[in-house]
Unconditional design. Sequence first.
Length: 132
Amino acid sequence: MKIVAGADHIGEMQAWNVDTGKREWTTTMPGMSQLWGPVLATGGGVLFAGGTNDRMFRAFDARTGKILWEYPMASGVTGVPVSFQVDGQQYIAVQSGWGVDSARMQARLNLLFPGKYPDVPQGGSVWVFAVK
């Protein structure tokens, strides 16, 4: 494993226009955080994703990629966020748990950059957020 000399980040989220084949925007993750999690796209133009070793779960503007909100989780988020509604209230639920593949990749990155990557607990809890 290697990282391109001078790289200032590893993980990023990108939006591509499927009609033109052009990239619309890119949002880089902080520091040298990977991006291991899947993304939930909502009809309201908000994307939800975790997947970083800083343990944040984030909401992004789907049109610009701007981070709208973030919340610190007990672990990294590699589970699939889901949206559901109860009595007219929308919720987003996601599992916080770092997982074997992401932990092993982080261990490999620590060989390249000793001590740069934080220890991320394995986790294994479900979090639910009300959307306002």
